[in-house]
Design a binder for this molecule. Sequence first.
Ligand code: ZN
Ligand code: ZN
Length: 277
Amino acid sequence: MIDAHVHVERGPYTADWIQRFVDQALAVGLDELCLLEHSHRFVEFSELYEPVRNFDRYQEDWYARRAGKRIGEYLDLVAEMRKSSFPIRLRWGLEVCWLPGAAKVLESLDARNSFDFVTGSIHWLDGWGFDHKKERWNGRDVNELYRRYFELELDLLHSGLFDHVAHPDSIKCFGHYPEYDLEPTYARVAEAAMTAKVAFEQSCGLRNNYGHETLGLDRNFLAALRARGVPLLTASDAHRPEDVGKNLKEAAALLAADAETPPCRAGSRLPAIGEEK
Ligand SMILES: [Zn+2]
Ligand SMILES: [Zn+2]
């Protein structure tokens, strides 16, 4: 089993810190572990976050507390760790916020070659962070927010810059749902994912980090992705070693159960990340 999304951000860039993630991964029976960092940590991406910082004081402070590292520090850790061998398949990546300007920065960093995988995610809708606090949704138009979220997800897919999409329906993080039918949206996203050859996460992040009642992708979204043979990756979105693999077995079981219903394209399977482009 794979955990496709684990953050190393809460500790130092040392072999001891990384070993704690590997130990936990082995303890819960994983055979592949994808470690990553958020793009917002690195000064090389700071221009992207200008609309985020300018949105309001809360976001300005939020960003200031997290940013400031140089990507070279992370790349040095990756290079160092690649010299060691681990009893698990260890992959190194970056989770990049889909914001205007992301393409330019990724190209300048040669991200596709510097990392084993690049994950795209949507955390910001025109500068506003939807996944921070429940009360920030007050008075907002849920239908509009859903439309914008999936519009951005389609843009992200069309960019051709990413290997994975992280938590692909995280707009539901605080339990808000639109009044309109999402089926046509799911179909369009699934088509774009298939064309872009991008893997989607079956993410436990909303359960693990928000206490969301459901686990993983919306059932109809999952069916649309399945029907088009989009590869699916179990992911914990852990932000600390003890959360590696959390709820993954249940998430994998949901994938196995749903495979019975919609037809799964022959040959579709969990890909070797970054190798099947
Ligand atoms: Zn994320
Ligand atoms: Zn994440």
